[in-house]
Design a protein around this ligand. Structure first.
Ligand SMILES: C[S@@+](CC[C@H](N)C(=O)[O-])C[C@H]1O[C@@H](n2cnc3c(N)ncnc32)[C@H](O)[C@@H]1O
Length: 452
């Protein structure tokens, strides 16, 4: 790879005798990876699970392409292996309130959601509208039901959620030196001053993020760059600016090494941060730091809960759908139904007030309110467990190809004559479809259709 001269000089000075191995790693092939979805009852088929990533329970090396059953059904999420160390470091526990402040396309969010197991609250935010949409689609695909997807600035988030979260993740926009092997544009965009520009933005984001953490709560800061300006120096600045934080030393499995205090202000605590270098481990590279807020930074204000705006009639439509299509074991709390225009959602149990927020997805999308009925959503089809559904129809991979292309198909052995069935293929949820006679009508979302 043609690395910029200034990059070579900088890292030769910083890394000394390790520099040749580091620089040579840019000529090695990049690593791909994926995580399996623990919210699914069944492991994906036709996916190679022979090479686990050692530091995360759900991670594997290898590639799963987009147009496969495993991917469409949300049984896997593709993620570069070193990025998996971020979610693993956050390690939320069930019931936590978690903020993922710069979340698109959703690698960390889906990982955090795997730990939360649809309990607690995950607020997943992305500032760029188009990226927020992709994030929301990935939250849907992964079957997250406890997740509020927002399209906000860090300032608005800080104002809305003072001292609210147990865990806050800032996976910061950065100079992306760890993307060089995958993305030639990242190399072309790089300059010696770029890390400093990124660091300014990172400080601005962090100055807001810190306000959202509860006393005793944790902040995980990460980048996919090697630049000390954006890594150790940011944490040094944070500790100097906010003495209420302390570094929580990260346990490092083989190949993951200590941060470098000498690349910042020599604060020995910085050794507790983690560096993932491509010449030392099987991944593209990351920096991860974990901090605990020991004393309150801002005063905690009670964040009011959102209330259901759903009318009695709308609530009855969902009840009717649930009685006809879902299993008796499926229970829900009608106070958590939320109507947004024509759309009906099921809020996470602890849904905060949504007023003044740009909301992309306020929890689980249940469906669209039509005249006298509900059309179940794609999200609902992907989120419900098999025990929650009365009618499932197992389809073949060939039928799956028709479904994701938006085509109807016919079968003589359909379980019902008329009504909704959830299609299942290779043990994974696919989508709700409508049976009419011997035809299975297609409700695969138009914008997501593809040809295999
Ligand atoms: C490294 S990416 C996040 C990747 C994501 N966490 C994941 O795992 O899939 C950084 C994100 O920060 C967003 N971003 C850019 N400028 C920002 C700002 N000023 N405040 C907050 N987020 C910003 C970018 O749009 C981008 O989606």
């Amino acid at each position: 790879m043609n690395l910029p001269e200034a990059f070579i000089t900088k890292y030769s000075q910083l890394l000394g005798d390790q520099a040749p191995a580091f620089l040579a790693s840019f000529d090695q092939p990049s690593y791909s990876g994926f995580r399996v979805n623990p919210l699914r009852d069944t492991l994906p088929k036709n996916v190679d699970l022979s090479q686990p990533v050692p530091y995360t329970k759900w991670g594997y090396y290898g590639k799963v392409t987009g147009h496969t059953i495993a991917h469409q059904s949300g049984a896997v999420y593709s993620q570069e292996p070193s990025a998996m160390f971020v979610g693993e470091t956050v390690h939320p526990v069930e019931g936590d309130r978690v903020l993922d402040l710069s979340a698109a396309p959703g690698g960390k969010t889906t990982h955090l959601g795997s730990f939360l197991n649809n309990t607690g609250l995950l607020v997943s935010n992305e500032i760029m509208p188009k990226r927020a949409k992709v994030l929301s689609e990935n939250v849907e695909r992964f079957g997250l039901t406890n997740t509020l997807v927002l399209n906000e600035t860090p300032e608005v988030i800080a104002k809305h959620f003072p001292a609210y979260f147990d865990k806050v993740v800032v996976d910061a926009p950065c100079s992306g030196e760890g993307m060089f092997r995958k993305d030639p544009e990242a190399v072309a965009y790089w300059s010696l001053d770029y890390p400093k520009e990124c660091a300014d933005r990172q400080r601005t984001i962090l100055a807001e993020a810190v306000k959202t953490i509860k006393p005793g709560g944790e902040l995980v800061y990460s980048t996919c760059t090697f630049a000390p300006e954006e890594d150790e120096q940011i944490i040094a600045w944070l500790l100097e600016t906010y003495p209420q934080f302390e570094v929580v030393p990260i346990d490092k499995p083989a190949g993951i090494v200590d941060g470098h205090p000498e690349w910042a202000n020599n604060d020995p605590a910085l050794a507790g941060t983690a560096r993932l270098f491509p010449h030392l481990m099987k991944g593209e590279g990351h920096f991860v730091a974990k901090l605990r807020l020991t004393d309150a930074l801002v005063s905690e204000k009670k964040v009011r809960r959102e209330t259901s705006h759903t009318s009695k009639e709308e609530s009855l439509l969902f009840k009717k759908f649930a009685e006809e299509t879902l299993a008796p074991a499926y229970t829900y709390d009608s106070k958590r139904l939320l109507t947004f225009g024509e759309q009906l959602y099921y809020m996470p149990a602890e849904m905060p007030r949504l007023e003044k927020l740009r909301v992309v997805r306020p929890g689980l999308h249940l469906g669209t309110l039509k005249k006298g009925r509900i059309e179940p959503s794609y999200a609902l089809g992907l989120a419900l467990k098999p025990v929650d559904i009365a009618q499932e129809l197992v389809i073949t991979p060939e039928e799956w190809q028709l479904v994701v292309h938006g085509d109807i198909f016919k079968r003589d052995d359909l379980p019902i004559k008329k009504g909704w069935v959830r299609l299942v293929c290779e043990g994974q949820p696919i989508v709700f479809a409508k049976v009419v006679g011997n035809t299975v009508k297609n409700f695969f979302p138009k914008g997501l259709r593809f040809k295999v």
